[in-house]
Design a protein around this ligand. Structure first.
Ligand SMILES: [Zn+2]
Ligand SMILES: [Zn+2]
Length: 230
């Protein structure tokens, strides 16, 4: 597997399941993984590639409680894992549901033993308010959002580099919503990304983009009945 540079101090690996972007922020020998991804065996390869460069994984961040973004957490036990408080609570309350979603959408062949038996690891650090940390000398801020794509979306601002937006921003396809989403909250989250986000936006699925992509999402949500914020 190959790490691909997408912004200053940030690389990604596109996982085969769901084309989910796993990101790593690295500076001065420390690494923070954003969205460990789909299955522990994939995340293990990702971790090995990071460590092979000489970076030590100091933590993980889960952008939201969808299986393709966090089900691989078991490969990162031993370091803190950060997620929106409501995401932590949802994963804790519904482990079977999350495993079933992984099996339904990510299984290889009829019997996928890894996903059938995967340990659903709950993120260890609930994030209720904006939280800033350093990865090496790189400042990183986690910003929990109102209910939008899910009840527990969180964006990651990598200062001077890029904003990792999870599935609040999607490229190559339209953003995905379901009964648990809130399009009014999503418009607020887009405003927050517009105001506080870095120049480059890194989506949960698809290629790096910028804030011009937000207008496309706003139009869709308003057409689907959301109340414009301006
Ligand atoms: Zn996703
Ligand atoms: Zn999602």
């Amino acid at each position: 597997m190959q790490l691909e540079r997408v912004a200053d101090e940030i690389d990604r690996w596109v996982m085969p399941e769901a084309s989910m972007n796993a990101y790593v922020i690295a500076s001065n020998g420390e690494a923070l993984v954003v969205d460990p991804g789909t299955r522990p065996s994939r995340a293990k390869l990702f971790r090995e590639a990071i460590e092979a460069r000489g970076d030590r994984v100091v933590g993980t961040v889960v952008t939201h409680p969808h299986w393709d973004h966090f089900l691989a957490l078991a490969s990162f036990e031993g370091v803190p894992s950060y997620a929106h408080t409501q995401a932590v609570e949802h994963i804790m309350a519904h482990p079977t549901e999350h495993r079933a979603a992984g099996l339904a959408q990510g299984a290889e062949g009829e019997a996928d033993e890894e996903l059938e038996t995967v340990a659903v690891v709950v993120p260890s650090v609930p994030v209720a308010d904006s939280y800033t940390m350093f990865v090496g000398t790189q400042r990183v801020t986690l910003e929990p959002q109102p209910t939008a794509h899910t009840l527990g979306d969180l964006v990651v601002h990598v200062e001077g580099s890029a904003t990792i937006a999870g599935d609040l921003v999607e490229v190559g396809a339209d953003p995905q919503w379901d009964d648990a989403s809130d399009l009014d909250g999503w418009l607020q989250a887009l405003d927050a990304i517009e105001e506080r986000g870095e120049r480059i936006l890194l989506p949960g699925h698809g290629a790096p983009t910028d804030r011009s992509r937000l207008a496309h999402h706003r139009e869709l949500f308003v057409a689907a009945g959301a109340t414009p914020t301006e």
